[in-house]
Design a protein. Structure first.
Length: 332
């Protein structure tokens, strides 16, 4: 193979190696990933231009060769080199895209925070769990964020097997039925991390990593994830302060094993109750039906203990009468 033919082929191979498939192994997040995609697309364009130039030069050489065998041979090398280079670049992209479209894009890439190993850090010691007012809830994979699908895939896979479907077009009655199942499934593998909204723990403000095989949420992060997985269309708010800012005050509670009423009105699965007090005294729980609420609560010095807890709603409410309780009713 001539030097000209080899050089064009080498360009195609090198730019193919710089494709998103290779880049996914080293690029953690969207900013650099977007740059690499643009670089790759630019490289494809350059290859196409070089290939056309090589083919045109070869054709011109052939035309003026006047039957000269040496010139015809060189012209053929230029033309074949351009065609081979173009086929290598475009062929690699087409083959990978056919096998799996995600191999040639960065869509739904999980954050590197998902790769954190088990540690011995402790979780928050807020008495009821609480959350971080400053936390924006938009970390990689957080509910209602641009990358929420990353956590959806994480929760659906082993070892979690959460029925996280997030189909807002489902029948509302089916969504209500999902609330308890999703809460229990997430809760069985959950540790508390103050300000963690995305399940991966990378956005928690105290820097505590998440044990292998676990997801992490603070109280508001947990209820948001449950609602999102169950297909509820509206974000209740990024934290408890946003959730209960304009919510109704709770003045009465009655419950039994078939249901519960707040302010003499029946609750539906997915409704939120809790309070926002001064400092970090704030908490939110989600109603899961049968008079029960579920929560992610702080676990004290054992930061890796399971943080999921269910309770009888009115027993919980009556035990904390001094809190400024509020209710936010969610629409499925």
């Amino acid at each position: 193979m001539s030097l000209k033919k080899l050089s064009i082929t080498a360009i195609a191979v090198s730019l193919t190696l710089a494709s998103p498939v290779w880049a996914q192994s080293i690029v953690p997040d969207g900013g650099i990933a977007g740059f690499v995609i643009k670089l790759y697309n630019f490289g494809i364009g350059i290859i196409a231009v070089l290939a056309v130039v090589a083919i045109a030069l070869g054709g011109a050489m052939w035309v003026v060769s006047a039957g000269n065998g040496s010139m015809v041979s060189k012209a053929q090398e230029w033309i074949s080199g351009g065609i081979i280079g173009l086929c290598l670049a475009l062929g690699a992209y087409l083959i990978l895209g056919t096998i799996n479209s995600s191999l040639v894009s960065f869509e739904n890439m999980p954050s590197v925070s998902n790769l954190q190993a088990t540690n011995t850090g402790t979780s928050g010691t807020d008495p009821d769990g609480g959350d971080n007012v400053a936390g924006n809830g938009k970390g990689a994979g957080g509910p209602w964020s641009k990358t929420a699908e990353a956590t959806k895939k994480l929760l659906q896979a082993d070892p979690f097997k959460v029925n996280c479907v997030h189909d807002v077009n489902m029948d509302p009655s089916y969504k209500l039925g999902l609330i308890k199942a999703v809460a229990n499934q997430i809760g069985s593998k959950m540790v508390y991390r103050w300000s963690s909204k995305n399940g991966l723990g990378g956005d928690n403000k105290r820097g505590d990593a998440v044990p292998a095989g676990k997801v992490s949420y603070d109280c508001s992060g947990f209820v948001r994830q449950v609602l999102w997985c169950a297909g509820f269309p509206s974000d209740p708010g990024e934290n408890t302060e946003a959730m209960f800012g304009n919510a109704d005050k709770i003045t009465s509670c009655s419950s039994n094993n078939t249901g519960a009423k707040i302010n003499n009105k029946a609750l539906a699965p997915g409704d939120l109750v809790g309070w926002v007090n001064s400092g970090n005294d704030r908490h939110v729980l989600i109603y899961i039906g049968g008079g029960q609420v579920a929560e992610s609560h702080a676990t004290g010095t054992d930061g890796n203990a399971n943080s999921y807890r269910t309770s009888d709603l009115c027993t919980y409410y009556n035990g904390k009468q001094g809190k400024p309780w509020k209710i936010k009713r969610m629409k499925a």
